[in-house]
Design a protein around this ligand. Structure first.
Ligand code: RIB
Ligand code: CA
Length: 312
């Protein structure tokens, strides 16, 4: 079967990095390009981090683009407290030598999608949705070209991780999220309701280190640094690994479960800004625009990541 063409939009970020490694290690996926956005840390760092991870994976041939340096309307909010000042604290990865592509990520997204067949390319946003929304606003004709948008973001029964009601990716750019959730493309959302059900264990992180590879050692160092914040905040023995859920779902959807729902984004109230309002019980009669994932086979998820990272 031909590899599934995907574009990953990302704000690395240690969990983004694991998602990138998982995608680059999986022949079922054809990563057409990696577009970077401001989020966990400023764009100047997320684009460098994406290139560091590609080189770590032995994929200096990958195409990495820099996109938007700030949200559409609101000022940028970053998360150095979680990811460290570089956004990829943990391992000491060398500065990248592979080039950053000259085209702006939004321009490349539009050009690539406009040249593609209808319904052919899957977009995998792992950070704030600024690049995706700007591409849709710039050229609405790209929407029919999108097979599906499979994103990490949001939270409903689980609430938020940045405010009581908003998850970071949606909170940073709620207006971009509104554009994406109302554009008409097929959507699958991996919110905190699923990512908080798959917590890393120290034994699993140690198994990465025991792979005896550069990738395994770097991944173990990243995640040991990264999970401390959530462990302290939630008082659990491990932290959630958010972004790889998107890639794992593409590879093995049977590990996940969810429900078609109407999902809308709060952009009016400062108190609940960026909330993903999920009509789980179908009371609004609104169009069901999104598959909301809320179940995961945690053991299967972590076994998949370990098996694939061992290939790099
Ligand atoms: O809320 C978790 C999300 O915010 C993840 O994508 C993480 O990388 C950060 O971007
Ligand atoms: Ca991310």
């Amino acid at each position: 079967m031909a590899a599934r063409p995907i574009i990953i939009d990302t704000d690395p970020g240690q969990d983004d990095a694991i998602a990138l490694l998982l995608a680059l290690a999986s022949p079922e996926l054809d990563v057409l390009g990696i577009t970077t956005v401001a989020g966990n840390v400023p764009l100047a760092l997320t684009e460098v981090n994406a290139r560091k991870v590609c080189e770590l994976a032995g994929r200096s041939d990958a195409k990495v683009f820099a996109g938007c340096a700030r949200p559409m309307l609101r000022p940028l909010v970053t998360a150095e407290s979680v990811h460290g000042k570089t956004g990829l604290d943990g391992p000491d990865l060398p500065a990248p030598t592979m080039p950053l592509q000259p085209e702006h990520a939004v321009d490349w997204l539009v050009d690539t999608l406009m040249a593609a067949a209808d319904g052919s390319i899957t977009l995998c946003p792992l950070g704030p949705l600024t690049n995706i929304a700007m591409a849709i606003v710039r050229e609405p004709r790209i929407v029919p070209k999108i097979r599906e948008i499979v994103l990490m973001g949001g939270g409903f029964f689980e609430g938020g991780n940045t405010t009581p009601t908003a998850e970071f990716n949606i909170y940073v750019d709620p207006h971009a999220a509104h554009v994406v959730f109302t554009c008409g493309a097929r959507l699958t959302m991996h919110p905190l309701d699923v990512t908080h059900k798959a917590l890393m264990s120290k034994a699993w992180i140690d198994s990465l280190g025991k792979l005896g590879t550069k990738v395994g050692a770097a991944a173990a160092a990243m995640l040991t640094f990264y999970e401390r914040f959530d462990m302290e905040k939630y008082g659990e023995d491990g932290g959630p690994l958010h972004d790889p859920c998107v890639i794992a779902w593409l590879l093995r959807p049977e590990l996940f479960g969810g429900k078609e729902c109407a999902v809308r984004i709060e952009t009016g109230s400062e108190l609940t800004m960026g909330q993903t309002v999920v009509d789980w019980w179908g009371v609004t009669g609104l169009e069901k625009n999104c598959t909301v994932i809320n179940r995961i086979d945690s053991d299967g998820f972590y076994a998949l990541i370990l098996e694939r990272l061992a290939r790099l």
